[in-house]
Write a protein that binds this ligand. Structure first.
Ligand SMILES: O=C(O)c1cc(=O)[nH]c(=O)n1[C@@H]1O[C@H](COP(=O)(O)O)[C@@H](O)[C@H]1O
Length: 278
C-alpha cells in the first residue's frame, strides 16, 4: 500500500483540505433528537458517515465519546471505522495515546496493525512521555503505511505552560517535538506520514514549522473560537501543509444529511480562501 502521506495528499487533492471530527457530545445527541445511549451513538455516527464519508478527505472519530459507553460503544466505533473506509474517507482516530515504549507498542498494534478490529489509517499521539517513547508507533505506522499525528501546540489554553517551556538547549518543548517529527519525514514525497497537531487558536507563537514535511492538523476552528483567517497567523509560510479540522461547527448542522454536507462545504470554502491551492 502507498504511504499514509501519499494517500492523504491524494485525498486532499481530490476532496479538498478538510478533516471533520465525529464527536457525539451528549448535547449534540440531544440537539439531533437522539437518546444519550448506544442507539443514539450508532444513529449519530451512521448519519455523519452517510453525509460526509464520500466527500471529506479525512474523518476523525473522537474515541472518548465511544468509550464512554463501554464495550458496546467501542463496537460502534469499530463499525464506524469500517463504514468510513467503505465510503472512501481516510480515518484518523483521535485517541491521543502516549506511554512508555513497551506499552506504546501495544497501542500501535491496536490501531496500526491491519489485523486489529480498530485498525485505522492514522492516530493522534501525545509525545509528553518523550517523543522517543512513541518510536514503536512510528515503526508500525511505517511498516503498514499508517500515519501518526503528534501533539505539538494544542488548541487549549492550558497546553502552553508545558509546550512552550524552554529546554536546556534553548528550544521550547514543542519545538523539540516539531524537530523530531521533521526528521521522521525526511525524504518523503509528496507528503510525509508523520503529522503534527497545532491548534488554530494559538496565534503566532514563533515556532518554526517550515521543515516538517508532513501534515499539520489544525483543530480549534469553529466551536473553540478560531476562524479560517487565523490559520494565516498561526501557520504563516507553512499554510500549504495545513489540514483544518472541525467537529461541533459542522456536526451542529445535523441531523439533516444535506445540512451536514452544506456545513462541511461552507467551512471548506472558508479554508480554501486562506490555504494555497493543492
Ligand atoms: O488532536 C486533536 O484533534 C485535538 C488537539 C487539540 O489541540 N485540540 C483539539 O480540540 N483536538 C480535538 O479536536 C476536536 C475539536 O472539536 P471541536 O472543538 O468541536 O471542533 C476534539 O475532538 C478535540 O479532542
Amino acid at each position: 500500500m502507498e504511504s499514509f502521506g501519499t494517500r492523504l495528499h491524494r485525498a486532499i487533492t481530490e476532496r479538498g483540505p478538510l478533516c471533520v471530527g465525529i464527536d457525539p457530545h451528549p448535547g449534540l445527541l440531544a440537539q439531533w433528537g437522539l437518546p444519550d445511549d448506544v442507539q443514539g451513538l450508532d444513529r449519530f455516527s451512521r448519519t455523519v458517515v452517510e453525509a460526509l464519508g464520500d466527500r471529506v478527505a479525512v474523518v476523525k472519530p473522537q474515541s472518548a465519546f465511544f468509550e464512554r459507553f463501554g464495550s458496546r460503544g467501542v463496537a460502534i466505533l469499530e463499525s464506524t471505522i469500517r463504514q468510513l473506509r467503505d465510503a472512501g474517507s481516510l480515518v484518523l482516530l483521535d485517541v491521543k495515546r502516549g506511554d512508555i515504549g513497551s506499552t506504546v507498542s501495544a497501542y500501535a498494534s491496536a490501531y496500526l496493525d491491519p489485523s486489529s478490529p480498530v485498525y485505522v489509517d492514522a492516530v493522534t499521539a501525545s509525545p509528553y512521555l518523550g517523543v522517543g517513547s512513541l518510536a514503536p508507533m512510528f515503526e508500525l505506522a511505517a511498516e503498514h503505511s499508517g500515519g501518526v499525528f503528534v501533539l505539538a501546540l494544542t488548541s487549549n489554553p492550558e497546553g502552553a505552560a508545558v509546550q512552550r517551556a524552554v529546554t536546556a538547549d534553548g528550544r521550547t518543548v514543542a519545538q523539540t517535538v516539531i524537530d523530531e517529527i521533521s526528521q521522521l519525514n525526511r525524504g518523503a514525497s509528496p507528503l510525509g506520514s508523520f503529522g503534527l497537531v497545532v491548534g488554530a487558536t494559538i496565534g503566532d507563537t514563533g515556532h518554526d514549522l517550515s521543515g516538517v514535511g508532513g501534515p499539520l492538523l489544525a483543530p480549534g476552528l469553529g466551536a473553540q473560537g478560531a476562524g479560517a483567517a487565523d490559520l494565516r497567523t498561526v501557520f504563516g509560510s507553512s499554510l500549504a501543509s495545513v489540514l483544518p479540522s472541525y467537529s461541533r461547527e459542522v456536526l451542529s448542522a445535523g441531523p439533516d444529511v444535506a445540512a451536514l454536507r452544506a456545513a462541511a462545504d461552507r467551512v471548506l470554502v472558508d479554508c480554501r480562501a486562506v490555504l494555497p491551492a493543492r
